[in-house]
Design a protein. Structure first.
Length: 237
């Protein structure tokens, strides 16, 4: 007589419980693979950045942030325009292009180079001395994001992209007001050109303003000291 054996009621049937294949990565394995891939991509980007810098201080990561900020701003303007039902103009007249172009030149130069707007650049630049008509010479200071912003706010060519985008958005949302503002800065730019032309003609007519200070270098014990030229401006004998 055999020994009785208890057989489970669900014997021979599928219980619905899956057993993990040891050769197949689980959920933690996928996470580790993603982290490993991101780590390799980060190291590769770091190597490329170092190769590009070539020993110089170039804030590439803040540059990427600047591009992302600009792209996000344009996308936000496009979204607001779509919600508000604003329509792009079918054509942009040559007059508008000229008007906005000159205004962009003036606004970008006003922000990046004018003496009055120096407080806006002060956190990111350092004063070096006078340069040109009412334009100070400045040096970008700081590192990382501060350096990148300093390059942006002190470079009229860099700011022109942002200013022109603002004028283009204004032409879509408020064309009449935008043209008035652009015409104002265009008039100021034309006035600057006329003032510079008049000053140049006046210098040629009077013969004044043609002399520029030329410091004389005098060496004492290997140290260079600069002294004013006492014969500066005197006629040749």
């Amino acid at each position: 007589m055999g020994v009785p054996v208890d057989v489970p009621a669900n014997a021979g049937r599928c219980t619905g419980v899956r057993t993990r294949d040891p050769g197949r990565p689980g959920r933690m394995g996928v996470t580790e693979r993603v982290r490993s891939t991101l780590g390799r991509a980060r190291r590769a980007a770091h190597r490329e950045a170092e190769a590009y810098r070539h020993g110089a201080e170039r804030p590439l990561a803040p540059y990427v942030g600047t591009m992302v900020t600009y792209g996000g701003s344009v996308a936000l303007l496009a979204g607001v325009g779509a919600v508000a039902g604003a329509r792009l103009p079918e054509t942009v007249s040559p007059w508008d292009v000229t008007l906005l172009g000159v205004a962009t030149y003036k606004v970008s130069r006003l922000v990046a180079k004018d003496t009055v707007t120096a407080p806006l650049r002060a956190p990111f630049t350092e004063f070096q001395g006078p340069q040109g008509e009412a334009e100070p010479a400045e040096q970008v200071r700081g590192r990382g994001l501060r350096h990148a912003v300093g390059e942006l706010v002190s470079c009229p060519f860099c700011l022109a992209q942002w200013v022109a985008t603002g004028f283009a958005a204004g032409l879509v949302f408020a064309p009449q007001a935008t043209r008035v503002v652009a015409a104002t800065f265009t008039a100021v730019a034309a006035s600057d050109m006329l003032q510079n032309a008049y000053a140049l003609l006046q210098q040629k007519a009077t013969g004044k303003g043609t002399y520029e200070p030329r410091p004389v270098e005098v060496r004492f014990d290997g140290v260079t000291n600069r002294e004013p030229d006492l014969n500066e401006g005197l006629p040749d004998r």
